[in-house]
Design a protein. Structure first.
Length: 276
């Protein structure tokens, strides 16, 4: 059983209290382990990124997998082997320390959760930074579309589906989706807003009955937290950057580091720059 790391923030704050903070300040607090919690609502003008780190020998296969599955795995940056520091989306961000929580997988099994993975770093590791749907939540809020997990101060609910990804090399598996309840009348606007941001998953892949995509119980997400669905709302499902973790569990590479679901890298890229 892998130990759970409690989400924590300084002085009784929550993720949404950092909506107007600078990405560098948030990354500093994360690096110092003062923030170990989920990041939905933080730095609302800036994009967030999922993480996948693999040995160089598997990097091409994963790059091909991401290219074939751009809605689930929209790539924002790829590092050279061994590089721990980013130069593109987050100036000098430390891949091993600047994410609140990490998961380590060995042969497809989750073997640990950590707030710092520098002890596991190797010179053959290649990092993939993948667009995150948290990035379009600020745009949804600007359009007066509610984002329930921000309102309820919890993680977004994420679910395994029966939607098959296109295989590439050793990598195969099904898509993971995130869900946000949207008032019926606002669904077209939500599709428009998110569809304009394909680098952070874009438009929904499904609206309505979860059973159609293989989800049995919305109250029991596979990752994250359940949220309230109110009368007059419909569940809307977007491709999710946790898909690579489901793929790692299915494909069983010898070693992989990822972000913990909901615990992202906050980048220096403004959301508006990820639109068409």
């Amino acid at each position: 059983m892998v130990n759970k790391i409690e989400d924590s923030y300084p002085d009784g704050t929550c993720a949404a209290d950092y909506a107007d903070s600078s990405p560098k300040e948030v990354r500093r607090l994360i690096r110092e382990e003062k923030i170990t919690g989920e990041t939905s609502g933080m730095c609302s003008e800036y994009a967030q990124a999922n993480l996948v780190v693999l040995p160089k020998e598997l990097a091409f296969d994963f790059l091909l997998f991401a290219t074939k599955n751009p809605k689930a795995c929209p790539i924002l940056e790829v590092t050279n082997a061994g590089d721990r520091y980013l130069s593109g989306i987050a100036d000098h961000a430390d891949i091993a320390k600047d994410i609140p929580q990490y998961c380590i997988y060995e042969n497809g099994e989750l073997t640990g959760r950590y707030t710092d993975v520098s002890a596991f770093w190797r010179e053959d590791l290649v990092s993939f930074l993948i667009g995150c749907s948290f990035s379009f939540e600020g745009e949804l809020l600007k359009a007066d579309i509610p984002v329930r997990q921000i309102e309820e101060h919890c993680n977004v609910p994420m679910y395994r589906t029966n939607i098959a990804c296109k295989s590439a090399g050793v990598f195969h598996g099904n898509m993971v989706v995130s869900m946000r309840p949207i008032p019926y009348a606002l669904v077209p606007k939500a599709v428009q807003v998110t569809g304009a941001m394909p680098k952070v998953h874009g438009a929904p892949v499904h609206i309505g009955d979860p059973k159609v995509i293989g989800i049995r119980n919305l109250a029991k997400p596979d990752f994250g937290d359940a949220v309230t669905i109110r009368e007059g709302e419909v569940p809307v499902f977007w491709p999710c950057g946790v898909t690579p973790q489901a793929v790692v569990m299915a494909s069983k590479p010898g070693f992989c580091i990822t972000h913990a679901p909901g615990h992202m890298l906050v980048t220096d890229v403004k959301n508006i720059n990820l639109k068409y």
